[in-house]
Design a protein around this ligand. Structure first.
Ligand code: ADP
Length: 595
């Protein structure tokens, strides 16, 4: 349902949003109160400044009162000492609360991020998620903290200053207040014009850039086809637009100043006139009044523009809470299992992704015996990855069930299920940490160096690791950019070997490796597959040939099952796929072997 903006329900949700935000400030309310009190104190000293103008002028300068002359400098210094301390307390405490708030929100968001289900990641641009955690969250604080301080501080300052002015002379105050709307109106009108014309300037600057860019990139065409005059004409026209808009802007800005000054001067003139009519007004009270009036403008301006940071903050809060409110991965299973034997059964599995027209998997049934290696083969989009993703419950089937050793996956605790599965995927994920920490990742953090070494040996990775500057202690760099494709794969294999899970999901890399690397990776994979139930999305000829069984998928259905020989003999889909997909590989391998 499309709801128009600014309906009452929207207002309610803004309030709710705000109250929810304030709940995050609650644990720090003591510090927050100090900040508010500091702000109020600052505001009071603000009002005190015009207030001491009166005794200063009347006492010190007009009457030359000895006590006033002695005390006044001390009072001024004292006032600013108090103000300084209050200002410090307010700023410091507010920054403290703000930064705590950002940290708390970030921590919660990150924790939530780690729990989100895989389909959520599919729908979100990662840049969007990252900017929620880095940028949006910092915008929230403006609404939660600084706006409140502004309201308290400026509110109290306005009330204080106005009260003082009324107390001094209510008629003059009313008179000056009458002028205010006029000034505000002029400033508004001008700023609207300014904003519009800066938009125009930006737009025509964009067009100028466009002409320049075209002239640079197309300089050969311009020369060959004699387009110089045409381009110069276009350029002149656009730069003239920019000039005209800039002049409009300058004119608007230039007219506003004299207008505002004229209004202000008239107000001043009127006040001087009234002040001279009224015998009770002394030099001191008039100066004091003027000071208060001038000091009123800054907080008035701030408090009327408080809406902008508030709205910005609330918009950011909405985005932050949207992430926090995302339900995490459903982990409804109750059962824990120890190490599984590895019998994996798919019973009538169908899966249709959200919003997809056709099911990605259509009634798949397959039993994989403990220790068996099953290769999934099929054209791109046939559903191979989808099958593989169902095993660790990254996605849930729309219908049907999968069992591990007879336990329905839906009834197992996710952690318990996933402890039984190792994954080696095409895009090897490495973290910006040491080689050792990348192999012994996550729950395997505390294993000993000897075990890591053994896993690396079995993965044929020790040789290149030992050649690295600090061996196992070398930091691999962001996502392992310093490593070759084959080395990254062997690290991933070492990680899986160390995990030593009974079930292995293997999404082989499609990218061609040189034959030396290929041999190492192949040997490492053989070590990894041995004794495990393995579901492999096969891109390598050798894995397909050596698999116990090959399952051929087509449009989400199992169309052929058998060994390499059987399926070749059948002469149907697999044999065609084999010719297209794998014969190229075979010829490169033959060539490499010959070389
Ligand atoms: P394969 O691994 O065999 O190339 P996939 O399992 O990746 O095939 O894809 C099977 C079908 O499901 C394709 O039509 C693909 O477009 C679709 N698909 C895959 N992943 C998603 C997803 N996360 N969301 C929606 N549709 C998807």
């Amino acid at each position: 349902m499309v709801r128009p903006v600014n309906t009452p329900s929207r207002a309610v949700s803004s309030t709710e949003l705000y109250l929810r935000l304030l709940r995050y400030v609650r644990p720090y309310r003591h510090v927050f109160v100090v900040a508010i009190l500091g702000a109020i104190l600052v505001a009071l000293t603000e009002a005190a400044l015009p207030a001491i103008m009166k005794p200063l002028f009347d006492g010190v300068f007009v009457e030359r009162d000895a006590a006033a002359i002695r005390w006044m400098p001390l009072i001024i210094i004292g006032l600013f000492v108090v103000r300084g301390l209050a200002e410090y307390a307010a700023s410091y405490c507010m920054a403290w609360v703000s930064n705590r708030l950002v940290m708390d929100l970030r921590t919660q968001m990150f924790a939530r991020l780690l729990e989100l289900p895989t389909p959520y990641y599919d729908d979100q641009a990662s840049g969007n998620l990252i900017s929620k955690l880095t940028f949006d969250v910092t915008q929230v604080t403006s609404a939660a903290t600084s706006v409140l301080v502004a309201i308290f501080k400026d509110g109290v300052a306005i009330i204080g200053l106005l009260s003082w002015m009324f107390w001094l002379n209510w008629k003059l105050t009313l008179l000056s207040l009458l002028m205010t709307p006029l000034i505000v109106l002029i400033v508004r009108l001008v700023s609207v014009r300014l904003r519009n014309s800066s938009r125009d300037v930006q737009k025509s600057m964009g067009e100028v850039t466009q002409v320049i860019q075209e002239a640079i990139e197309g300089h050969k065409i311009v020369k060959l086809y004699g387009g110089q005059a045409y381009e110069s004409g276009r350029f002149e026209q656009q730069t003239n637009h920019v000039r005209r808009y800039l002049m409009k802007q300058a004119a608007a800005a230039a007219t506003s100043v004299p207008f505002v000054q004229l209004v202000a001067a008239s107000a001043l003139a009127a006040m001087i006139f009234f002040a001279t009519q009224d015998a009770s007004i002394t030099v001191g009270s008039f100066v004091s009044f003027l000071t208060a009036m001038l000091m009123l403008t800054a907080p008035l301006k701030r408090i009327t523009s408080v809406n902008e940071p508030l709205q910005r903050g609330l918009a950011a809060a909405e985005s932050v809470f949207a992430l926090l409110d995302q339900p995490g991965e459903a982990d409804t299973g109750q059962q824990n299992i120890d190490r599984a034997n590895g019998e994996l059964v798919f019973e009538n599995i169908s899966l249709r992704y959200d919003g997809a027209e056709h099911p990605a998997l259509d009634n798949i049934s397959l039993r994989i015996a403990p220790g068996e290696t099953v290769a999934l083969v099929g054209a791109s989009g046939a559903g191979k990855s989808t099958v593989a993703n169902l095993v660790p419950c990254f996605y849930r089937p729309t219908s049907g069930r999968i069992t591990l050793d007879g336990h329905d996956l839906a009834e197992l605790k996710l952690a318990s299920l996933r402890a039984n599965i190792a994954l080696v995927s095409q895009d090897v994920v490495l973290f910006n940490d040491t080689v050792a920490a990348n192999i012994a990742y996550g729950a395997m953090k505390s294993v000993g160096q000897a075990q890591i070494q053994a896993a690396a040996d079995a993965a044929h990775a020790s040789e290149f690791i030992n050649q690295m500057p600090q061996g196992f202690a070398t930091v691999v760099g962001e996502n392992g950019v310093k490593l070759s494709g084959g080395q990254r794969q062997r690290l991933a294999i070492a990680r899986a070997l160390l995990k030593n899970a009974p079930v292995l999901v293997l999404d082989e890399a499609t990218s061609a490796l040189d034959s030396e690397s290929e041999r190492h990776v192949q040997a490492a994979l053989e070590a990894l597959i041995k004794g495990r139930t393995t579901l492999v999305i096969a891109h390598r000829l050798s894995t397909v040939e050596n698999a116990d069984r090959i399952v051929v998928l087509d449009k989400g259905r199992i169309v052929e099952v058998g060994t390499h020989r059987e399926l070749l003999a059948l002469g149907r889909i697999y044999s065609k796929l084999y010719q297209i997909q794998f014969s190229v590989q075979q010829s490169t391998q033959v060539r490499d072997a010959a070389a």
